[in-house]
Design a binder for this molecule. Structure first.
Ligand code: FAD
Ligand code: N01
Length: 532
């Protein structure tokens, strides 16, 4: 058996989080080994190459801010960059900071065990490589494990099968094909209009109609870019004051939708519809806390759908009946318009679910839909999925899966009691997916780097949360979610999309106060943490 190769830190994942973590730890003089399952850097943007994939946070905000020169030198071509450009950016960062030499690609971490004797983590990969390190940092991503629904006969399908989160690198040409898409989340909504351009016939299998607002994507406004670049630090600082760390140019209105007149409301909603995408939810301050206010926004969107989709029977099926913003709001380019095309068919699974997949296609409601290709746009085992797939064991061999049997428990989303020196970047219990992820990733990486540096300078060996601090934090995370409408639908935030997953609201609703809290905790000598 090969010996364990020694490093100061092992980082799992080479997306935005893993790359910046490597850069920071190197600056501290640590030896670091990064392990990445993909064959290159990029994470989300390496795997999600489906047509139409792009960010829903403006490009000028969806990038690193740690290096002013990088920020100045990079130029985005669109208001919302598409996947190839974001991947180019991440590759550029990897080259610019010479990061690749410390990354082991095409390698999956199978296990990470804390060794009580040495106070080190022992990490083993699927290729048999063995690493030992004082610090183990999970940069494994919140949306990195695709879910494939358990539909009988799925493995018998004779045509090609794809998942949006594992798209072939060479791309797919659907020209002349009969294509089926399962799902109507963000990935489906972005890709359906483009797949419809190619396919001879497109069948959209919809279980839950979704809210979507046009992204209003456009070529980058060079004047705006110059303006932002002239004072990027200020722009970023404003981001840091926003509830979700993006949209610095469009702060949320604090007014109540219920206090406006009908005419004012229509104007305000229309204005935010024109701003596009996630900014729609900034129209009023109470949309995500007051069901009546929310319903007004829902009805505005439903009216838009009714006005866009010409066939009333189809538009009726596309009308979402839940709470807008409870699931992540989708940002589209021509999604609802696509259903006006004669070769695009909506199959409503609420009338009758998919019975099975056959070698020829999908059977639903007693009808067979013959298909050449089947696209699963069925989402991810979010926030805990990647961690659950690694055999992580803390003190005395206790498994993380056991500790998290009833849902994830962390302190600040950064650490877990009983798992010393294990850090989770944008882990459950942190603002993560409810914010501009780039902002939250950098904030976590900076905090972890400072913590590692503090430990080394003070000669301490380990840090982990006190159980009481962790318990109080988990309660606080739940309490915050309970004050909103986020618990009023079956979203992946709640784990509701994965059969058997405990129903717990996983991200923390408390940005930007969260950042100040993390800093204060450090300043007070890591309040709530214990050292070894
Ligand atoms: P990831 O990019 O997911 O990287 C994690 C990496 O860890 C992956 O490469 C994975 O292969 C690797 N990994 C996991 N487990 C293992 C293991 N056991 N062994 C080895 N390697 C492993 N967020 C926004 O804020 N704005 C957006 O506009 C936005 N758009 C998105 C669009 C799509 C299509 C998706 C899916 C997500 C989007 N997100 C967006 C969220 C996005 O995931 C984050 O913004 C960000 O890219 C996450 O970076 P990360 O490094 O934390 O994780
Ligand atoms: O996944 P989803 P996603 N039979 O979970 C359906 C980010 N992202 O990949 O709602 C039939 O949202 C499921 O139906 P239902 C963003 O954070 C961002 O689209 O469970 N249908 C749903 O319609 C996003 O939220 C962008 O009833 C089944 C769909 O599959 C997150 O990633 C773009 C089914 C899954 O939707 C995930 O988005 C893309 C079954 N058995 C992703 N199982 C941007 O725009 C599942 N479904 C930036």
């Amino acid at each position: 058996m090969t010996a364990f190769e020694r490093y100061d830190a092992v980082v799992v994942g080479a997306g935005f989080a893993g790359l910046y973590m490597l850069h920071r730890l190197r600056k501290l003089g640590l030896s670091v080994r990064v392990i990445e399952a993909g064959t290159d850097v990029g994470g989300t943007w390496y795997w999600n190459r489906y047509p139409g994939a792009r960010c829903d946070v403006e490009s000028l905000e969806y990038g690193y801010q740690f290096d002013p020169e990088l920020q100045q030198s990079w130029s985005w071509s669109e208001r919302y960059a598409a996947q190839p450009e974001i991947l180019d950016y991440i590759r550029h960062v990897a080259d610019r900071f010479d990061l690749r030499r410390d990354i082991m690609f095409g390698t999956r971490v199978d296990s990470a065990h804390f060794d009580d004797g040495s106070n080190d983590w022992r990490v083993i990969t699927d290729r048999g490589a063995r690493y030992q390190a004082r610090f183990c940092i999970m940069a494994t991503g919140c949306l990195s494990v695709p879910t494939w629904p358990d539909i009988s006969g799925a493995d018998t399908f004779a045509g090609e099968t794809y998942h949006t989160g594992r798209w072939p690198h060479e791309g797919v040409d659907f020209t002349g094909q009969r294509v089926g898409v399962i799902g109507t989340g963000s990935s489906a909504i972005q890709s359906i209009p483009i797949m419809a351009d190619q396919a001879a016939e497109l069948f959209v299998f919809q279980r839950t109609p979704n809210f979507s607002v046009p992204a209003q994507n456009e070529p980058m406004d060079r004047e705006l870019e110059a303006l932002v670049k002239a004072n990027y630090a200020d722009f970023r600082a404003r981001n840091g004051q926003m509830q979700s760390a993006f949209g610095a140019r469009h702060p949320r209105s604090e007014a109540s939708a219920l206090e406006a007149t009908e005419a004012e409301r229509q104007r305000q909603f229309e204005h935010h519809w024109q701003l596009g995408g996630l900014l729609f939810l900034r129209a009023y301050g109470d949309l995500l806390v007051n069901p009546e206010a929310n319903e007004l926004a829902c009805e505005f969107i439903r009216d838009k759908i009714r006005s866009i989709v010409r066939d009333p029977q189809v538009s009726e099926k596309l009308l979402p009946d839940s709470v807008v913003g409870c699931k992540r709001l989708c940002a589209d380019t021509g999604y609802f318009e696509t259903f006006n095309r004669p070769h695009v068919h909506l199959v409503d699974l609420r009338e009758s679910p998919i019975e099975c997949i056959t070698p020829e296609g999908i059977r639903q409601g007693g009808q067979d839909y013959p298909l050449d290709a089947l696209v699963f746009a069925t989402g991810f085992d979010a926030m805990t999925g990647a961690l659950a797939r690694i055999d992580i064991r803390g003190r005395k061999g206790v498994a993380l899966s056991e500790r998290w049997e009833d849902g994830p428990k962390t302190y600040l989303g950064l650490q877990v009691a009983g798992f010393p020196n294990l850090f989770t970047i944008t882990g459950p219990g942190s603002p993560s997916v409810l914010t501009n992820m780039l902002y939250s990733i950098e904030q976590h990486v900076d905090w972890i780097s400072d913590c590692v540096d503090d430990l080394r300078r003070t000669g301490l060996t380990t840090i982990e949360p006190a159980v009481e601090a962790e318990t109080a934090w988990v309660e606080h995370v739940n309490e915050m979610a309970g004050m909103t409408l986020f618990t009023h639908c079956n979203s992946w935030y709640l784990g509701a999309n994965v059969p058997g997953k405990p129903r717990v609201f996983m991200p923390y609703l408390g940005f930007p106060e969260y950042v100040a809290r993390c800093n204060e905790i450090r300043e007070r000598g890591y309040e709530g943490f214990v050292f070894g």
